[in-house]
Design a binder for this molecule. Structure first.
Ligand code: ADP
Ligand code: MG
Length: 483
């Protein structure tokens, strides 16, 4: 069995389940008309409902419901035609209502699954449920030393809580799950998946057991806000639990916080039970009933999902599985690729995208969208390679300057005197002069010394100062050297 962790006396299996909060990309909040725009002046996007004023009534946002259903469909999940909004009661300064409107017993989306790649092949990870709920506001502690400030702009924003089954067995699988979930959310358009902005947040439930035994007691690690941190938190937490169990102690079910500086998890609070929250149906909101026509309509218009797109890329463009996977894992990259490949050689396009362009983006630490690189810009360069004006090597040389500057590809290469010689006549002349100068070698070649071919190519390249089109040189040389 893979993925087992060695303790002092046993091999241990890690068991992981994720609860992911995804903020729905909607213009207004789940039960109010306030804007959800990120980064506005604190408390500038707050209605009476979001401020928890008595008597202010929530009104459901239909768009958010549609987004939850689309997401459920993207997760191969059962859509519940009837769901219920409950009040989850607790006190916190950034929760002015004194309760969060959530869904408890009757979520809008039931069981589903997604698939991830593992070393042993594809693996299905079960989705337990997806429910809708309100986000809380933010407490701000770092403005001065004495006060905590409350910003209610986020209060009432729509969240989808997506709960997985405890199906993952390593930090890597948890990371793959989260990446795949994020990709699906981006494809259906329900959440931008931006973890830095907090639009996608994950709580990780971790337990360990000896393989084959029943599930161990879990600890929940709250709000680990990057994929890297999730893996680190899991590693630390699993080892902590193993140490405890091997020294005869028990795991206390609790909520823990991950500290990315110290690479450890710490107790935050004892695990609350659901009865602590005194859930009850919100009397201001009737049960939510979905009509078949709405579900059918959303099903019919469901965008192509990443797995399907990957399959299509492999079949249509004859891509390698790995390349297809890379290209579909970000929606905007997959769209960029399909624009770029129109009328072009897929192999060349893939190698320029996943090779040169990705390396450039990595180096600059920006996403494709942030980089503002256009399809046309890359297309122009690739076309100059395809028609023989530029060699791959030359194109690589100018790539960075080209992307960062405003010159067209043609302007740049003429400025650098780079254009390849692809004119048949010109090349023929070069080749003839090389062959004339090396008559002896030509004789040797013709009497069987094949490896001299490379020498001739080299001489032609030298004579042309590297500008001769290598494919054409090869072709013409073969002609001229026919035995
Ligand atoms: P709660 O709100 O109490 O955290 P949820 O049902 O929302 O409960 O979430 C439970 C999460 O914990 C799920 O993702 C589930 O897969 C996971 N989980 C349950 N039991 C275990 C376990 N023994 N080890 C690891 N994860 C677990
Ligand atoms: Mg939980």
């Amino acid at each position: 069995m893979k993925n087992l962790i060695k303790g002092k006396s046993n091999l241990w299996e890690v068991v992981l389940g994720l609860e992911v909060h995804a903020q729905i990309s909607s213009k207004s909040k789940l039960f109010s008309s306030a804007s959800t725009e990120y980064g506005s002046e604190p408390n500038s996007q707050v209605t009476l409902v979001d401020a928890g004023m008595p008597g202010a009534l929530p009104v459901i946002n239909e768009y958010c419901i549609r987004q939850a259903v689309i997401t459920g469909l993207g997760l191969n999940a059962k859509i519940n035609k009837k769901s219920v909004f409950d009040r989850k009661n607790y006190f916190y300064p950034d929760l002015p209502q004194g309760y969060q409107i959530s869904q408890f017993q009757h979520p809008i989306v039931g069981e589903g699954f997604l698939t991830i790649k593992t070393e042993e092949g594809e693996k299905k990870i079960g989705i337990t449920r997806l429910h809708l709920e309100q986000d809380a506001g933010k407490s701000i502690h770092d403005q001065d030393f004495e006060n905590t400030f409350i910003d209610l702009n986020r209060s009432g924003c729509a969240l989808m809580e997506i709960v997985s089954e405890p199906d993952m067995r390593s930090g890597l699988e948890a990371a793959e799950y989260l990446k795949k979930l994020r990709t699906i959310l981006q494809y259906v358009g329900s959440c931008d998946g931006n973890m830095e902005k907090g639009n996608l947040r994950a709580d990780v439930n971790v337990s360990v057991r000896i393989p084959g035994e029943k599930l161990g007691t879990r600890c929940e690690i709250k709000n680990v806000n990057s994929i890297k941190f999730i893996q680190q938190a899991i590693t630390f937490e699993a080892e902590r639990q193993i140490k405890l169990l091997e020294s005869g102690e028990q795991i206390v079910q609790e909520t823990r916080l991950f500290d990315p500086n110290k690479l450890e998890t710490r107790t935050m609070r004892n695990k609350e039970e659901s009865h602590d929250y005194r859930y009850f149906p919100d009397p201001d909101l009737p049960p939510l009933i979905l009509e078949d026509s709405l579900i059918d309509d959303l099903k019919k218009n469901l965008p192509e999902l990443p797995d399907k797109k990957k399959e299509r890329f492999i079949n249509l463009y004859k891509l390698k599985e790995y390349d297809a996977e890379v290209l579909v894992s970000e929606k905007d990259v997959s769209i960029f690729f399909e624009e770029l490949v129109k009328g072009r050689e897929p192999k060349l396009v893939v190698s320029w995208l996943t090779g040169e362009l990705f390396a450039f983006l990595n180096k600059k630490n920006v996403s494709l969208a942030e980089s503002k690189v256009t399809v046309k810009k890359i297309a122009d360069l690739i076309d100059l390679i395809s028609d023989g004006t530029l060699s791959n090597r030359q194109a690589k040389e100018v790539f960075e300057v080209y992307l960062e500057g405003s010159k067209t590809a043609k302007e740049l290469i003429s400025e650098k005197g780079m254009a390849q010689i692809s004119d048949e006549k010109e090349l023929s002349n070069l080749i003839v002069s090389v062959l004339d100068e090396n008559e002896d070698m030509v004789k040797d070649y013709k009497s069987g010394k094949d490896r001299l071919f490379g020498f001739f190519v080299g001489q032609v390249m030298k004579l042309s100062r590297g500008k001769a089109n290598p494919q054409m040189v090869n072709k013409i040389l073969i002609e001229k050297l026919k035995r």
